[in-house]
Design a protein around this ligand. Structure first.
Ligand code: SAM
Length: 345
């Protein structure tokens, strides 16, 4: 592991090198949490093992921790939402820096540990819940930033929910200034991708319409315990409102999802397929694409526009329906969605 030079084989081996898990003081030392031996000791003490299915790769490098915190440009009046506090290494450091930390953790075993660790902190709100279900508007309303502060998201994300989670924050728009998140390197490339490139997709458009995004740095698997199979990257998203000329945000994101739902289809056919998959054209109901789901398939696009509206909207927006969705710039998506919004619903 980075910093130790050793590559221990398993939890018990690491633990016995440095820690006595029976020593409450040792285990509860937040400074040691960001080390492989610290993580191993806590897991041993709590009778837990890293759960791959929940994306549990714990950060064990204080330099990376510092880079995440520096990139977030925190002020003492900020409210920070942390997704997946894990063993609390980032949570502890954030609690030193801001007014309130809202930490949302789904794993009951980790929540029990966090309750113990964070007993001493009075500015951490620990929420035992799935971050895909939590009402972030309500939580931020309960814990607003102080004067001059803002709402921020900071997280070493569980990779299996990165996309739906980012989409949730972008589409549902709780009042946030910025997000600094650890993601798979490949996702970072998608977040920053340009039209027509292989990495350009629904996530690229949704993010680039709503945020200036920069890669803070690439991160090696060695800074985690256990090590993930892939490289990671820290990205910073500085959020801004959607362009002022968007007629209907819901239609815009439905069009984006539809266009990328089946990348091989032309734009015209992708939009038609999305309408079919959502139950066919609805003559009365307004489009309702804000369904919560873990996927981005066309069945979840909620795009009940009639074929006729698709043709008219393409013509009005001056966009060739034979193009593929992946070649449209974010501004072209806005034009097309506005034309559709004016013709459906
Ligand atoms: N923040 C810790 C760190 O940096 O060491 C842990 C990061 S680990 C990559 C991801 C964390 O997210 C784990 O604690 C995991 O249990 C939690 N998690 C996974 N799925 C979640 C979900 N749907 N909602 C909330 N937390 C989740």
């Amino acid at each position: 592991m980075k910093g130790t030079g050793a590559k221990p084989a398993n939890v018990r081996e690491i633990m016995t090198q440095h820690f006595d898990p029976a020593d409450e003081h040792d285990v509860l030392d937040p400074e040691r949490l960001a080390t492989p031996s610290g993580v191993a000791a806590v897991l041993e003490r709590c009778g837990l093992a890293p759960r791959k299915g929940l994306g549990q790769n714990f950060l064990v490098d204080r330099n990376v921790l510092r880079r995440i915190i520096d990139a977030a440009r925190l002020t003492p009046e900020d409210t920070v939402i942390e997704i997946g506090p894990g063993l609390g290494v980032l949570t502890w450091a954030l609690a030193d820096a801001v007014r309130t930390v809202i930490a949302v953790e789904v794993d009951a075993g980790l929540v029990r540990w966090l309750e113990r660790l964070l007993r001493a902190r009075d500015n951490v709100r620990l929420v035992h819940a799935d971050a895909l279900e939590v009402d972030f508007h309500a939580l931020l309303a309960e814990h607003p930033p102080g004067p001059g502060g803002t709402g921020k998201v900071i997280a070493n994300l569980p990779y299996y929910i990165t996309t739906p989670l980012l989409m949730r924050f972008l589409e549902e728009g709780p009042p946030l200034d910025s997000m600094v998140v650890m993601v798979q390197r490949e996702v970072a490339q998608r977040l920053t991708a340009r039209p027509g490139t292989k990495d350009y997709g629904a996530l690229s458009v949704a993010v680039q319409l709503r945020a200036d995004v920069e890669t803070v740095g690439v991160v090696s698997p060695h800074v985690f315990f256990p090590k993930p199979a892939v490289e990671s990257a820290v990205v910073r998203l500085k959020l801004r409102p959607l362009p002022g000329d968007v007629l209907d945000e819901a239609v815009l994101f439905a069009v984006v999802r539809a266009a990328f739902g089946q990348r091989r289809k032309t734009l015209r056919n992708a939009l038609r397929a999305a309408a079919k998959a959502s139950g066919g054209p609805a003559s009365e109901a307004a489009p309702s694409p804000r369904r919560r789901g873990r996927g981005e398939g066309p069945g979840e696009t909620g795009a009940p526009w009639p074929d006729r509206a698709v043709e008219d909207a393409l013509a009005a927006a001056g966009i060739d329906g034979a193009r593929r969705g992946e070649t449209l710039s974010p501004a072209e998506f806005v034009r097309l969605a506005n034309a559709l919004a004016a013709r459906s619903g």
